[in-house]
Design a protein around this ligand. Sequence first.
Ligand SMILES: Cc1ncc(COP(=O)(O)O)c(C=O)c1O
Length: 444
Amino acid sequence: MDQSSKSNMPNLSNFWMPFTANRQFKTSPRLLASAEGMYYTDIDGKKILDGTAGLWCVNAGHGRRRITEAVERQLSTLDFAPTFQMGHPIAFEFAEKLAAVAPGGPEGGLDRIFFTGSGSESVDTALKIAIAYQRAIGQGTRSRIIGREKGYHGVGFGGISVGGLVNNRRVFPQIPAAHMRHTLDLDRNAFSQGLPEHGVELAEDLERLVALHGAETIAAVIVEPMSGSAGVILPPQGYLQRLRTIADKHGILLIYDEVITGFGRLGKPFATDYFGVVPDLVTTAKGITNGAIPMGAVFAKRAVYDALMQGPENQIELFHGYTYSGHPVACAAGIATLEIYQEENLLTRAADLEKTWQDALHALKGLPHVLDIRNLGLVGAIELSPREGAPGTRGYDVFVECLKKGLLVRVTGDIIALSPPLIIEEHQIADIASIIGDALKTTA
Ligand SMILES: Cc1ncc(COP(=O)(O)O)c(C=O)c1O
């Protein structure tokens, strides 16, 4: 098909699309043109309900004027200024505001903020801080990081090394890492509502890896408190507590990757607050600016920061940073976003809707090919049985069918993942479930 012959279709040749089957996409493209509230509009004018908050990031819904105006104001006041040996007020202002809502609250002590440009950068930053911290406290042999199978920590070399998704890893060299087993267990936990009951013992994998590699080689362990990209994998009850205890016992830092769970996704400001288990470093991005401007931030415990503030005062303490660390426009977007979250109580709204959401999703049990349904906060997943010899095709077909019916979902293999904006209304939850139900029947 000659796409450019359609008047509203751009030439698709030049954009090498990320995490996309480029040739398949370019023969049957799906283009979104605008967005407002809970809905996208595609280039043909069709309204599409956003079941994924864009890509797990537009937590306050689309088209927020307050963010737009803050960005416009900032662009015309100070479009860019460096943060290497220079500063500008809004970066400090945003860091202070973030510290006030930091994961774990004031007692958590995660109030030192390192700005990045994305989730991947936040992850690599946190891994480097962990290694640098260990060295600063005289533990210079600790450079290995423990991750987990099925983990997703972005696409930097550090992130793919600790990540556990084979397609992201197989082609590329990696830094020293080792992996705990993942916690997905359909045999014991299928159709759990909220946190699964079985599997706390999987946290003992950290002990096993300490026994294999030696604690003195391990700087940190990184996990998503709830894995999103692998298809919504939840921690078994008590798992994160156990991980914290083992990490402490061996002088290993605990890092939570909250790029998805940060900023209200689970019904508390952060997963750290939801689980009541405080790590040493927290990575964030996505919802930090409502997805409007690229940005990420690493929250570090004050003790970690203080340990690095050593040596002569004219010496740079951490040789790390990005041109866009603390970008003024991103900070303006972030401050406006935080104000919206707070004024509209969005950081806890998922808790109010959790039961409605859970009931709507679990009502799909029994539909064709449904193997499991999982939910937590305003996150959900429906795992389908793969077609014989053609894994991923059923999931893809359901995704396309949902889109035809006016709903954007995300698929990972044969798992449909859902994470709508936190402004969603109950009737839109019902719409999501009903469209997915119809799509499952149509593609059966
Ligand atoms: C848990 C987690 N970490 C890191 C990332 C990477 O973020 P980015 O795509 O902004 O680099 C993602 C993205 O989905 C994520 O879900």
